[in-house]
Design a protein around this ligand. Structure first.
Ligand SMILES: [Ca+2]
Ligand SMILES: [Ca+2]
Length: 83
């Protein structure tokens, strides 16, 4: 995995191949991992891909299920900001 100078992981964009900076657990993409992200992942907890309550944005490890492993990514980075 690549990391930027601030220690945040960088990923390849599936659409354009460009590298962009992100923060794991920042589900709503506002640059901070906080209660708003937790509320999103809480509402998706236990849902499988294809089910009505499944939220692909909350499936942080992209395994088709939202569970404790995704929740752990939020708690590990709790309070961190991308700025
Ligand atoms: Ca956020
Ligand atoms: Ca998952």
């Amino acid at each position: 995995m690549l990391f930027d100078p601030y220690g945040f992981p960088m990923f390849l964009s599936p659409k354009g191949g460009a590298v962009f900076r992100t923060l794991q657990g920042d589900v709503n993409g506002d640059g901070v991992v906080d209660v708003f992200d937790l509320s999103i992942v809480g509402s998706a907890y236990g849902y499988f891909e294809g089910e009505h309550g499944y939220n692909a944005d909350a499936d942080l490890n992209e395994d088709g299920l939202f569970d404790g492993r995704d929740l752990a990514m939020v708690t590990i980075n709790w309070g961190k900001t991308i700025l």
